[in-house]
Ligand binder design. Structure first.
Ligand code: 13P
Length: 257
């Protein structure tokens, strides 16, 4: 079973050994002081930090994901990190389809499909990042194929997470407007309802304190509960441990309200 709410951070390539140590210390202290611990929290750090992330978060019920996975099985693939290794270590998630991997590493939909398959085969849950590349592009037309292609090779029973991250809102001055997010998340849920397995939908893209509240308020205003995501997926803001803790507190309060 996937947690009902998920508040996560992809630390991308931001952490140094020292800043990661500080993050784990501050975040685990903060979460340990809450009744929920880390039961709704996950971190996708760089590969070398996966063990530290597991040691820090798992005792509090938190989950750990990887930012990428090899398309190959364990074997003679120098530099690769197999899904089997990640799963065996205790990781639960693998990010797939992030626009930064498209832009900087030339990945595309066929890579995402192969990686989702490798992940699911090892029992890892793919976190598929979807979203329109430019402001104004039709999210409906873009996201449906992203989901269909990436999940085309995995069983309909496999659990999946979709993070709605419009490319224009990643690394931007502000997140996508709440009203826009609500409309797209509701559609993504309809697309995922065609699958048999469990799914969660998150929002990411310059998310931080205030983002989930704004989306939830827009959802209530539209009377569209299905448009409110199951949580948020932070980049930059989450790399600051105190901002991450503030976001966790905000989402928990909003969900409980
Ligand atoms: O890409 C992201 C998470 O996957 C979001 O990054 P930022 O929050 O830094 O825009």
């Amino acid at each position: 079973m996937l947690p009902a709410t998920l508040i996560g951070c992809s630390s991308k390539s931001y952490f140094t050994a020292d800043s990661a140590r500080a993050w784990f210390r501050i975040v685990t202290e903060g979460l340990a002081a809450t009744p929920e611990g880390a039961e709704d929290v996950f971190l996708c750090p760089s590969f070398p930090l996966i063990r530290d992330a597991l040691d820090a978060l798992r005792p509090l019920g938190g989950l750990v994901g990887a930012q990428d996975v090899s398309r190959f099985p364990a074997g003679a693939y120098t530099g690769e990190v197999s899904a089997e290794l990640l799963a065996g270590m205790g990781a639960r998630f693998v990010m797939i389809g992030h626009p930064e991997r498209v832009k900087h590493l030339g990945e595309g939909p066929s890579d995402f499909a192969v990686k989702a398959e490798a992940a699911a085969e090892a029992g890892l849950v793919p976190i598929l990042i979807v979203g329109e590349p430019e402001r104004g592009a039709d999210p409906e037309q873009i996201i449906r194929p992203q989901i269909d292609i990436a999940f085309g090779g995995i069983s309909s029973d496999a659990p999946v997470i979709v993070a709605y991250e419009p490319t224009w809102a990643i690394g931007a001055a502000e997140p996508a407007p709440g009203d826009h997010v609500v409309g797209v998340v509701a559609r993504i849920r309809e697309m995922l309802a065609e699958r048999r397995g469990e799914s969660r939908v998150l929002y990411g893209g310059s998310a931080g304190p205030g983002t989930f509240d704004a989306i939830a308020a827009a959802g209530r205003e539209r009377g569209d509960a299905a448009g409110i995501p199951d949580g948020v997926f932070l980049g930059r803001a989450g790399v600051d441990p105190r901002t991450f803790l503030a976001t966790v507190a905000e989402v928990r309060a909003a969900v409980a309200a």
